[in-house]
Structures are given as structure tokens and as C-alpha cells.
Design a protein around this ligand. Sequence first.
Ligand SMILES: NC(=O)c1ccc[n+]([C@@H]2O[C@H](COP(=O)([O-])OP(=O)(O)OC[C@H]3O[C@@H](n4cnc5c(N)ncnc54)[C@H](OP(=O)(O)O)[C@@H]3O)[C@@H](O)[C@H]2O)c1
Length: 267
Amino acid sequence: MLVKKYGEYALITGASSGIGKEFAISLAKEGFNLFLVARRAKELDSLAQELRETSKVDVIVHATDLTSQNSVEELEVYTQNIDIGLVILNAGMQTHGSFIKTSLVEQEKMLELNVMIPMKMAHIFANRLVKKGSGSIIFLSSTFAYQAVPYFSNYAASKSYILNFAEALHVELAPKGVDVLALSPGLTKTEMPDKIAMDFSKMPISMMETDAVVYTALNALKDKKSSVIPGGRNKMMAFMAQKMMSRASIANMFGSMNVKAMEASIL
Ligand SMILES: NC(=O)c1ccc[n+]([C@@H]2O[C@H](COP(=O)([O-])OP(=O)(O)OC[C@H]3O[C@@H](n4cnc5c(N)ncnc54)[C@H](OP(=O)(O)O)[C@@H]3O)[C@@H](O)[C@H]2O)c1
């Protein structure tokens, strides 16, 4: 059981919906107490209530905007006396469409949430876990991390950072008893793709369910893998990007697929 191996509590950022919520449900079933983070207090409270009743675990809710000033420092203080053994750095946002048409403020906010916040939290929690001699950190990357993706240029680049960062930390922290996993889902049924002005039926991909993504991640963690891509088709796309096509060809391929599938107004 992961809970015996790592510690009493799992901390999950972005637990109010999608993949983060699914992690909360699965880890409660594994017997983890939970420390849930996201902005929407109402969603977190109702999930917490449900999990306390169904899984008989303790659930602490911390509603915060992670991009607000001092959010990470506050989290560091609030969690200092809690035995957190598993940290899931999942909260994320996406920008898409023509880079030059998108707002610079949104692009900066995305880099803060997708890159700076997980890096800062990893620094705090990796230090604590190393001191404890056990624990784990899961980072949310994406299959977009495996190549340049025109019209998701900054988002895909943020996920490439996370993939490389997590795989490097896996090597650094394994001898110190801390397991690190980069989880790179492909398109997954959550609120995130709902917000994209795009016809996904024009893409050669299928959407995965969140439970399959989380199941794959937890098995990869148990197997001490450094990196995992859920789904055969997603694995194949990443393999093609890395081994079968040049970087320029795969970027051009994604560019033309996205132009066909995205609404003209955002291109
Ligand atoms: N869905 C996909 O196709 C897909 C594919 C590959 C990777 N991913 C990655 O998976 C992760 C989870 O995304 P998802 O698909 O589950 O999307 P989602 O349902 O939109 O979940 C995003 C989560 O992040 C939280 N969040 C967003 N901004 C925040 C902020 N400023 N402060 C604190 N929390 C914030 C949201 O909660 P609040 O709104 O309540 O704050 C929500 O709980 C992301 O890192 C995403 O990039 C998703």
C-alpha cells in the first residue's frame, strides 16, 4: 500500500475537478488522508464531504489561487505539521490559439501556474521528503511535452519543462528514498478541453477518461517508473515524435492539424 510506504496524507493541487479530483477519489480509496488545494472552495468542500463519508479518511481543504502572492509560502506553513508523503502537482491551465493574439498577462499567469509553482513546491516538499527518507512527487506533464506544438506553443513548452524537470529529479531523489514520476496524459475528458475552441473529431486522437489516467499513474509509481504516458495511442504519438520524424516535421504536422481543427477566429 502506498499509504504505508509514503505517509498519512497526500497533497493534491487542482483537486476541484478533472484529473486532480480523480486522484483524490483513488487515493482516498487507498486509505490516504487528503490535503486538497484549488481556488473553488465549494467544489473542494463537497468532494471532501463525500470522501470523508465514503472512504472514512480525513480531508483538509485549502482554497487558494496558487498564482497569488505568497500562496506557496502559506502552503509551506499550513502543512508543516502534517505527515504528507505523496505530493501531486497537478493544478494547471492552458493557453491556445495564435500566440500573438493571446494576452501576455494570461501567458505569464500560465507559466507561473504550470512551471514556477510546481518548481517551488517541489523544492519545499522534496526537502521534507528527503529528511523523512520516503515519499513521492507526481508532476503533471502532457503528451504535448514531446514536441513543439504550434497554436499551443507556450502551454506545450511549459509541459516540456515539467517533463524534463521531473525525469531529472527522479534520478536525483531516488537514492534518497523519494520516488518522482512525470505523468504525461494525452487528451483527457476534463473541463480543460471543454474550454478550447476546437473540433477534436478532426484530430487523430481519442479522449481518455480520468480514472484510466490515474490508474496508470499509480501503477507506474508502484513500479518506480520515472515517466508514464497513459494510453496506447498516446504512447505511439510520443514514440513517433521522438523516433520516427524530425522535430521540424512533427511540429509542422501538429501545426496543420491544429489549423484544421481550431476555430478560425483564434488563429
Ligand atoms: N485534460 C487534458 O486533456 C490534459 C492533458 C494533458 C495534461 N493535462 C494536465 O492535467 C492537469 C489537470 O488538468 P485537468 O485536465 O484535470 O483540467 P481541469 O479540470 O481544468 O483541472 C485544473 C485544476 O487546476 C486548478 N487550478 C487552475 N488554476 C488554478 C489556480 N490559479 N490556483 C489553484 N488551482 C488552480 C483548478 O481548480 P480551480 O478552478 O478550482 O482553481 C482545477 O482543479 C493540468 O496540469 C493539465 O495541464 C490535462
